[in-house]
Design a protein around this ligand. Sequence first.
Ligand SMILES: [Zn+2]
Ligand SMILES: [Zn+2]
Length: 130
Amino acid sequence: MERPLNAKEKLVLAALRRCRKPASAYDLIDALKPEGVKAPPTVYRALGRLMEAGLVHRLESLNAFVACTHKHGSAAVALAVCEDCGSVEEFESQELTGILEGWAARAQFKLRQTTLELRGSCSACLGKAA
Ligand SMILES: [Zn+2]
Ligand SMILES: [Zn+2]
C-alpha cells in the first residue's frame, strides 16, 4: 500500500499543475518559495516520490517535469512537446507498449520505465500559423 502524499509533495504537485508547461526543479523552487518550501533537496525528493507514484513525468531532453494528466498503469507514456509554445500533451498506448515490451523480451533487456518524447508543433500553434 502506497503511503499518501505528504504536505510538501502536495505543494510541489500543485505548483507543477499550475504551470501547465514543463517546469525545471528551479522553476518549482522559485514557485514554492512563498509557500515556505525553500530547500532544493526537499523539492527533488518530492519530485522523485511523485514520479514513482506516476503523478509526474520527467522530460529528459528538457530536464523538466510535467504533472501527469491522467492515470495510467504499466503502459508506455509518450509526451508530445510543442517546440513553439512549450505545451506538452501526454498520451499512452498499449500498442506501443506491446511493441517495446516485445523488443525488450527478444533483446533480453530488462525494461524499467519507458518515456517517449515527441517534438514538433501542437495543433493550436499550427492553427495560429494557418
Ligand atoms: Zn502520465
Ligand atoms: Zn504549441
